[in-house]
Design a protein around this ligand. Structure first.
Ligand code: 13P
Length: 256
């Protein structure tokens, strides 16, 4: 499978800055073969970016979504709206949504189902925080997140889902010097996820689901992380804000 390298810009880059990035980035990735590239900008930049990525290798994703198609939900964006603006992907259950906007696994499950029903590919985020890791709860926490977030999903639908393992303690929160998980620690998390997918579905589903890593991935560590057997791509925050550094990461991708 092709590795998925997705940029999560979080709450950064308004229209003009976003377009400048795309213009520079497109030139840098002309010869890319192996990566599937997705950019997830803010809602307000989606439309402009959609126009600027026509005939390029870049696909569009959103960072969040409501589970209803329309209604009285002030401030929300629906799956239909994301499709309408050209999104193919949507990040769901990011730890910042869980922590700052009180999203829980049940809500995220509704969003996963709504995304699939509307032809969007979810990038479902799971991962333990530092305290949970210190208390040896990683397996329990991640399995519980998967169990609930993927409730009522069948094997066929799983072919559209990407899982992002984002250990919360490795997320940079904007600090370029923050430490990523070691490739070995990341690999262990990915294996845990794959083993659980095998239990929950079957071995083909476990093998074919892309499990990507997020948490301080940058040009300096991307190659090593992406060369681990169970790491099928990256979800990149801070280092995706700079066209050159994101292009370097994209160049580190390979066929898995
Ligand atoms: P950083 O790459 O800034 O650590 O962010 C990771 C992340 O949260 C991607 O969703």
């Amino acid at each position: 499978m092709r590795q998925l390298i997705a940029a999560n810009w979080k709450m950064n880059k308004a229209g003009k800055e976003a377009i400048q990035f795309i213009d520079e980035f497109k030139k840098l990735i002309k010869n890319i073969k192996y990566a599937e590239i997705v950019i997830c900008p803010s809602f307000t930049a989606l439309n402009e970016i959609k126009k600027s990525i026509i005939n390029s290798k870049i696909k569009l994703g959103a960072q969040n979504m409501h589970f209803e198609n329309s209604g009285a939900f002030t401030g929300e964006a629906s799956p239909l709206m994301l499709k309408d603006v050209g999104c193919e992907y949507v990040i769901l259950g990011h730890s910042e949504r869980r922590e700052f906007f009180t999203e829980d696994d049940e809500l995220i499950n509704k969003k996963v189902i709504a995304a699939l029903n509307n032809g969007l590919c979810p990038i479902l985020c799971v991962g333990e925080n530092l305290e949970q890791r210190k208390n040896n709860k990683t397996k329990e926490v991640v399995e519980q997140q998967l169990r609930i977030c993927l409730k009522n999903i069948d094997k066929k639908q799983m072919t559209k889902i990407n899982i992002a393992y984002e250990p919360v303690w490795a997320i940079s929160r904007g600090d370029p010097n923050h430490k990523a998980a070691t490739p070995e620690d990341a690999e262990e998390g990915h294996k845990l996820i794959r083993n659980f997918l095998e239990k929950m579905f079957d071995s083909a589903t476990a093998k074919n689901t892309r499990v990507i890593y997020g948490g301080s991935m940058k040009p300096e560590n991307a190659k090593e992380l992406l060369s681990m057997p169970n790491i099928d791509g990256g979800l990149v925050g801070n280092a995706s804000l700079d066209a050159k550094s994101f292009a370097e990461i994209v160049k580190s991708a390979k066929l898995n």
